[in-house]
Design a protein around this ligand. Structure first.
Ligand SMILES: [Zn+2]
Length: 314
C-alpha cells in the first residue's frame, strides 16, 4: 500500500468533532461523480449518514440510484470489516429510503461480509470500496492525487519523491525524439545522445582534438546503426555517446553539465552550431525531470560516489 490510512484520525469518540474518514468518503465519492444527497453529520439531532446518488445513463434514459454509504475506519486496529460490523443492511437501506448499500472501508471486508454481500446482491444494489480499490482510483486521476495530498500528506509525499514526474516548466510538449523511429526518448528512457567529430591528424605537430561537427538523438541498437551510417555518408567520423537517462537524474545531470562546461573552457573543445543546438536542447528538455528531490536510489548512488571519491567533477 502506498497511502497510509492511519493518517486519517480514528473515528469520532464523542467530542463533537466531525469524523474525518466520513468527510474523506464524501470527497472521494464526489470525485467519482456521485452527487451528495445528505452530508455526514453529528449534529444535535443525532448522527446523519452519508447518502449519495449515482446517475446511470442508459438507452432508456437516466436511472438514479440512491446509495446509503457506510464508512468503517478500522485502519488503526487493522481489523477487516466483518458481517457483524454491518448488521441489518436491508432494513437500513429501507429506513433511509435508499436503493442500495455502499461500504466504504479503510481496511478490507472479511470473507463473512463478502459472502453476505454476494447474497444481498440478488435483492438490492450492493457495492463497496476497500483501501486497495480506493488507493488505485486515487492515484489514477489529477483530482484523486489532489485529494491524496490533502488526506494522506505524509505517505503521499513519500510516494511522490520515489515516483518523480517531470515538472511542468515549459508550456509545450516536452520530448526528445529518436531521429530515426521518432520514439520519445524521455518517455521510454532508452535513448542515447551521440556526438561526432573528425579524426585528429596523427601527423600534426601539436595534438588537437577536432571539433564536434554532428550530433543526434537515437534509440540504442538498430536506430543508432542506421543514423550513424546516414551521418557518416560523406566522411569517416568518430562517435561518442552518452545515455539520455544520465540527464534525467539530478546528480548525473549536473555532472554532465559540468563536464561539458569544463570541456569547453579547460580543454578548449569546439562544436558546430548544429551539434551545440542539440546539446542545449538536451539540457533544456531534461531539466523538468531533474528539478525535484532525489529518490532513495539516487541518494544511494551519490553516497557511493562520495565514498569512492567520484565527485571530483565539480
Ligand atoms: Zn529509434
Amino acid at each position: 500500500m502506498i497511502l497510509d490510512f492511519k493518517e486519517i484520525p480514528k473515528a469520532n469518540t464523542g467530542n463533537g468533532d466531525q469524523d474525518t474518514f466520513e468527510l474523506f468518503a464524501r470527497d472521494f465519492l464526489e470525485i467519482l461523480g456521485y452527487e451528495i444527497i445528505q452530508q455526514p453529520d453529528r449534529g444535535a439531532d443525532g448522527k446523519k449518514d452519508l447518502i449519495v446518488q449515482e446517475s446511470r445513463h442508459g438507452i432508456s434514459g437516466i436511472t438514479n440510484i440512491k446509495w446509503l454509504v457506510s464508512c468503517k475506519h478500522h485502519a488503526h486496529s487493522g481489523k477487516s470489516v466483518s458481517d457483524g460490523d454491518e448488521p441489518n443492511i436491508l432494513d437500513r437501506i429501507s429506513v433511509h429510503e435508499c436503493d442500495g448499500f455502499l461500504g466504504f472501508y479503510s481496511t478490507l471486508p472479511a470473507t463473512s461480509l463478502g459472502k453476505n454481500f454476494d447474497g444481498l446482491k440478488k435483492k438490492t444494489n450492493i457495492d463497496s470500496f476497500d483501501r486497495e480499490r480506493i488507493e488505485k482510483i486515487m492515484l489514477e486521476s489529477p483530482e484523486g492525487i489532489r485529494l491524496a495530498s490533502r488526506y494522506f500528506p505524509v505517505s503521499f509525499e513519500k510516494y511522490k519523491i520515489e515516483n518523480p514526474k517531470p515538472a511542468k516548466i515549459f508550456s509545450d510538449d516536452n520530448s526528445i525524439h529518436c531521429e530515426y523511429c521518432n520514439d520519445d526518448l524521455l518517455k521510454d528512457k532508452k535513448g542515447i545522445f551521440v556526438t561526432m567529430r573528425r579524426m585528429s591528424d596523427p601527423e600534426a605537430k601539436e595534438y588537437k582534438k577536432e571539433p564536434y561537427i554532428k550530433a543526434y538523438y537515437s534509440c540504442k541498437g538498430k536506430c543508432d546503426a542506421i543514423l550513424k551510417g546516414r551521418y557518416m555518408q560523406d566522411e569517416m567520423l568518430i562517435d561518442e555517446w552518452t545515455d539520455i537517462t544520465d540527464f534525467l537524474s539530478p546528480t548525473t545531470y549536473i555532472k554532465k553539465l559540468m563536464a561539458w562546461m569544463n570541456s569547453f573552457q579547460k580543454e578548449k573543445e569546439e562544436m558546430s552550431d548544429e551539434a551545440f543546438d542539440k546539446l542545449k536542447y538536451l539540457f533544456l528538455h531534461s531539466y523538468p525531470y531533474i528539478s525535484r528531490e532525489q529518490t532513495t536510489e539516487e541518494k544511494e548512488k551519490v553516497k557511493f560516489y562520495l565514498q569512492n571519491g567520484l565527485m571530483d567533477w565539480l
